[in-house]
Design a protein around this ligand. Structure first.
Ligand code: SF4
Ligand code: MG
Length: 325
């Protein structure tokens, strides 16, 4: 399988300024040394609690935010080194779907205009070609020509997300970064939108990065899943592997708080003590050590490295230090 996106040592630190002189007193390490590959045609899920840096990571990949450090390579090109003009071009190939389509759709524009806009921005096609493409995309996401002249408020939440998806697809992208795309929708509608995304992936050969706090949703759609905690990627493996045999204590705790569908397979409840520490003052060593039931001596001082403990199964935890293969 081909690597479509390679992320190496990605960091985003936000300065914390205080006082009359606005002096920098520290950093929020929103994304802290994250590395992963995304293979062509797959869905890579990224899960974690709110504030773990998963949304910031998504925005860095689109360069909607500038990284503090690190490399992002898309289809062999270093995104982090592209000029603004080159980046605009690259954005045709990488598009985003957001949690709240209502907030990202201009309420004063008709659906036709909303969908046409990316083509105008990227100088793609003449007026007739653009109109044809709008109609084509509306049909692909299960809407039709009667919707072209309507406004966002005239649609249900699920329909609005279909419009958001259609807009993301207008420029024929290869990679879609979906940030909590179904979290604002009713559960019954969530399944419809996820099924649509899977159908589109097959038909249009799309690659997805699917960001969500919802482990159930991520499991449903992802080939592989990465788990983030306080700005760091702590585990990454095939979806079935992660849910069957989570290795990182944080992943184990996250999964134990998800209702298990099969009653014959009840996971031992792991109690995580304490709240999530603040990202502006993360614990030293392993940032999970303040809540980890298995913590060892070195955990509070030595940052665990991401290591491949089984083929394709990566984990950053000192419990596996001797198992590296
Ligand atoms: Fe727990 Fe230590 Fe592993 Fe961190 S490195 S998850 S504190 S055992
Ligand atoms: Mg978020």
């Amino acid at each position: 399988t081909k690597v479509l996106l390679r992320v190496e040592g990605l960091k985003k630190y936000f300065p914390i300024n205080k006082g009359v002189f606005n002096k920098q007193v520290g950093n929020v390490k929103a994304v802290d040394n994250v590395s992963f590959d995304v293979f062509e045609g797959e869905t890579l899920g990224i899960v974690g609690e709110s504030g773990c840096g998963k949304s910031t990571a998504g925005r860095l990949l689109m360069r909607l935010l500038e990284p503090t450090e690190g490399n992002i390579e898309f289809a062999g090109k270093k995104i982090s080194e592209l000029s603004n003009k080159e980046m605009r071009k690259a954005r045709r190939d990488i598009q985003m779907i957001f949690q709240d389509p209502y907030a990202s759709l201009n309420p004063r524009h008709t659906v036709g205009k909303i969908l046409e806009e990316p083509l105008i921005v990227h100088g793609m096609g003449n007026s007739a070609e653009r109109k044809k493409k709008v109609l084509e995309l509306l049909q692909i996401v299960g809407l039709n020509e009667y919707h072209i002249k309507r406004y966002p408020h005239q649609f249900s939440g699920g329909q609005r997300q279909r419009i958001g998806i259609a807009r993301a697809l207008m420029t024929n992208p290869r990679l879609i970064i979906a940030d909590e795309p179904v979290s604002a929708l009713d559960v019954s509608i969530q399944a419809q939108v996820l099924n649509l995304m899977q159908k589109l992936q097959r038909e249009l050969k799309l690659t997805y990065i699917f960001i969500s706090h919802d482990l159930g949703v991520v499991r449903h759609i992802s080939n592989r899943v990465g788990v983030m905690y306080l700005g760091k990627l702590v585990e990454l493996t095939a979806s079935e592997d992660l849910y069957a045999e989570p290795l990182h204590p944080y992943t184990q705790a996250l999964l134990s708080s998800v209702p298990v569908p099969d009653p014959a397979f009840e996971r031992e409840q792991l109690i995580i003590s304490g709240d999530i520490p603040s990202a502006s003052n993360p614990p030293s060593g392993c940032s999970f050590h303040t809540r980890c039931p298995f913590k060892k001596e070195e955990c509070s001082t030595v940052i665990p490295k991401m290591q491949e403990v089984k083929p394709g199964h990566y984990v950053a935890c000192h419990l596996y230090d001797e198992m590296q293969h």
